[in-house]
Design a protein around this ligand. Sequence first.
Ligand code: SAH
Length: 257
Amino acid sequence: MSAPGRLVIVGLGPGGPHWLTPAARAALDGASDLIGYGPYLDRLGDLRPDQRRHASDNRVELERARHALTLAAEGRRVAVVSGGDPGVFAMAAAVFEAVEGGDPAWAGLDIHVEPGVTAMLAAAARAGAPLGGDFCAISLSDNLKPWEVLEKRLAAALSADFVICLYNPISRARPWQLGRALAIAREHRAPETPVIFARAVGRADEKLTVVPLAEAAGGLADMATLVIIGASTTRCVRRSAGERPWVYTPRSYGGGR
Ligand code: SAH
């Protein structure tokens, strides 16, 4: 009998190693096998000679999860890596889905989720404090859910006056969804509502843009962008000329102005 395997799903944070938690670092160091989307594995640099690298395409999450579980069941110490937090639109859910529908022995494995800084928290911190009030997160990808569900959810979140964080806003295969989402937002929110486009936060090519909703357009985002649409209470604090304003949402509703 080999030693019992273990599987840890590790969040790498949104950018460089400065946003990797010490616990995530320890989980990576303790792994014999590292599995994930190639660019995430690349972020880790060279592995030790005793560590194996299993890179895969980003779209085969369930397959990757089953592979990880199979290795863990063979007694390997497996780390599945995700950008940001592994539980936010990422691999942890795929692993549990694979356990639920897979080999009954997988349910007996030592499975652990190691959290990371998710993109919306990093983006919000850069912008100021837009998540100071109630907020929600929506993945704009309609690869895994129908667009009608997304539109309904978006309209409900807008009418409930949440600050809305949009993950996966746009891709080559999904070019129009963000434009449509912003059009829906304009039906519910004032034209001056701040919208944040936070691109590649924590990486060398980071870029933050704040525009009023009236000027927000799909072209301001790419696959590495997190979009935050303010609530009715979200506002900008002006800084000196040429500097990006701080964006914040006061904690007290309707007060303070
Ligand atoms: N698990 C990840 C999210 C995966 S979905 C997390 O917790 O952050 C992928 C989406 O996350 C991207 O399309 C983008 O919207 C967002 N994202 C990931 N890293 C980002 C970064 N460094 N800056 C801005 N947005 C990012």
